[in-house]
Design a protein around this ligand. Structure first.
Ligand code: PRP
Length: 210
């Protein structure tokens, strides 16, 4: 008997795009298109069960085995370092993690740099490699406000089009790392549902080269 694969999708645009890739690869689940507030959708025949979770929670579900596989941004993977397998780069959700500041920002190396971010671990690692002393200000959103209001000197945040920075008179100063969405798997599931997960991974990844 084919084993069911539990798939954690990130709620939002990225999750929709990822689901379309799964659909094209033959893992459709028509009930997902119904307009309702259900969070779990299943297609027994195809052996898949999808559920929508907060994007930053995908790795938690996968690490603990509540989901066998999931779609997670590289930003979340780098920030939380979950004990999971990264199976492939889906080539969607492309952006970059960057340092940004006001256009006239001048970096005084003699001073501790105040860094506002949603990604304290990524920021710490980046500045540690430069032996730069920093003060992390952990925020949960609208990070761009911090340098404008003088709460921080710089921000470490995701830049996609650069529009948010531009419209707030900020500019990217350094790129830390490119980001994209990854197909990730629980380590135990990968062993016990290997045939099913490998087949799904092959089929989804086959679309990438087309
Ligand atoms: C992200 C990020 C920037 C914006 C970048 O925010 O934090 O604010 O997208 O996109 P852009 O370069 O195309 O303008 P998100 O939408 O995740 O909301 P948040 O700021 O509340 O976290």
């Amino acid at each position: 008997m084919k084993k069911m694969i539990n798939i954690a999708l990130p709620k939002g645009r990225l999750g929709q795009k990822a689901y379309e890739m799964f659909e094209k690869a033959g893992y459709e689940c028509p009930s997902i298109h119904e307009e309702n507030r259900k969070l779990i959708f299943e297609n027994e025949e195809k052996g898949v069960r999808y559920f929508w979770v907060k994007p930053s929670d995908v790795v938690i579900y996968v690490e603990r085995g509540a989901a066998d596989i999931g779609i997670a941004g590289k930003d979340i993977i780098l920030e939380y370092s979950p004990d999971i397998y990264e199976l492939c780069d889906l080539g969607i959700g492309k952006c970059r993690m960057a340092v940004a500041a006001k256009k006239d920002f001048y970096d005084d190396y003699g001073k501790t740099l105040r860094v506002a971010t949603k990604f304290p671990n990524i920021a710490k690692k980046y500045y540690k490699a430069q032996s730069r002393e920093i003060d992390i200000i952990k925020l949960n959103g609208s990070i761009e406000l911090a340098p404008i209001l003088g709460l921080s000197d710089v921000i470490v945040d995701i830049v996609e089009t650069g529009k948010t920075l531009y419209e707030n008179d900020l500019e990217p100063k350094e790129t830390i790392v490119p980001i994209s969405a990854r197909l990730v798997a629980n380590k135990v599931s990968y062993k016990f549902k290997n045939q099913e997960i490998s087949e799904l991974c092959d089929r989804v990844c086959a679309e990438l080269v087309e």
